[in-house]
Design a protein around this ligand. Structure first.
Ligand SMILES: *[C@@H]1O[C@H](CO)[C@@H](O)[C@H](O)[C@H]1NC(C)=O
Ligand SMILES: *[C@@H]1O[C@H](CO)[C@@H](O)[C@H](O)[C@H]1NC(C)=O
Ligand SMILES: *[C@@H]1O[C@H](CO)[C@@H](O)[C@H](O)[C@H]1NC(C)=O
Ligand SMILES: *[C@@H]1O[C@H](CO)[C@@H](O)[C@H](O)[C@H]1NC(C)=O
Ligand SMILES: *[C@@H]1O[C@H](CO)[C@@H](O)[C@H](O)[C@H]1NC(C)=O
Length: 222
């Protein structure tokens, strides 16, 4: 699963926390519509899911280090046994600190149980982190489904030129991310119009191959 953040919409939900808390900005969410993709309350799958989400949002015990920096940005986990296994992962933006990451994942885990209480799978995309779970393995797997499109709410002048610029920018960022050890890259295009700069960001989950990491953002499908 790949996180491409360049446009976002915000949304509002009341989840309260006792300590000072950085509330993440929701970009999009996915909850399956088909009833066959939902589980029964208090089933084994449900208790496995609760275990999984509490593990993912617990205080970091394992640390993913990259470039010598000790920072949790990614974790994947599995809970239970077939046929009730639940797989899950989170990915935080590489350029944010651990507190922001932790808060985002904790929030996302609560949020997902509210907006998708019985989904066998669900995905949440925030500006700061991404959290998803499924009854199928997610680790090292290129997943282009579910995907969501987030429309730009601003008008652009010369939309064809803008689209071309975005595509080539994201291609460059995807190529850099695919080859970087932490699968993260930012890119910018100065003066794509007079005095205007375009910024892009690509980040893939750890464990994804370079090729898969490049595929998603460059195809515009993820
Ligand atoms: C996951 O759930 C879907 C929908 O119920 C089902 O079709 C699929 O076979 C399940 N996959 C596994 C690996 O259990
Ligand atoms: C699920 O389990 C909880 C705790 O045991 C119980 O309070 C609740 O009524 C149960 N819900 C359903 C729908 O069975
Ligand atoms: C982490 O980043 C947030 C948001 O930028 C900031 O408010 C917070 O003070 C930072 N925390 C640490 C420990 O650096
Ligand atoms: C964008 O353009 C459309 C059509 O000209 C207009 O109706 C809309 O209000 C504009 N939106 C913004 C955010 O300017
Ligand atoms: C671009 O920026 C320069 C320096 O700030 C300014 O002099 C110039 O008028 C700007 N051009 C446009 C088209 O906004």
């Amino acid at each position: 699963m790949i996180l491409v953040v360049f446009l976002y919409l915000s949304s509002f939900l009341t989840i309260t926390f006792t300590k000072a808390f950085i509330t993440p900005v929701l970009i999009a969410k996915y909850c399956p519509s088909s009833s066959s993709s939902h589980f029964t309350i208090n089933s084994t799958y449900h208790s496995n899911l609760k275990l999984l989400l509490s593990y993912l949002s617990s205080n970091p015990s394992t640390i993913y280090t990259s470039n010598g920096l000790s920072q949790v940005i990614f974790r994947n986990a599995v809970a239970g046994q077939a046929p009730d296994e639940v797989y899950g992962l989170f990915l935080c933006r590489r350029d944010l600190n651990s507190t922001t990451c932790q808060d985002c994942v904790t929030y996302a885990a609560r949020y997902v149980t509210l907006v998708c209480p019985t989904g066998k799978l669900a995905v949440t995309w925030f500006d700061e982190c991404h959290l998803q779970y499924s009854n199928q393995s997610l680790f090292s797997v290129l997943s282009q489904n579910p995907s969501v499109g987030v429309p730009n709410t601003e008008n652009v002048t010369e939309p064809d030129k803008f689209d071309d610029s975005v595509l080539s920018l994201m291609n460059a960022a995807a190529s850099k991310a695919a080859d970087s050890p932490d699968k993260f890259a930012g890119a910018k295009k100065e003066n794509f119009r007079v005095n205007e700069t375009l910024y892009g960001l690509v980040q893939c989950t750890q464990g994804l191959s370079s090729r898969d990491c490049f595929t998603c953002p460059s195809s515009g499908q993820c």
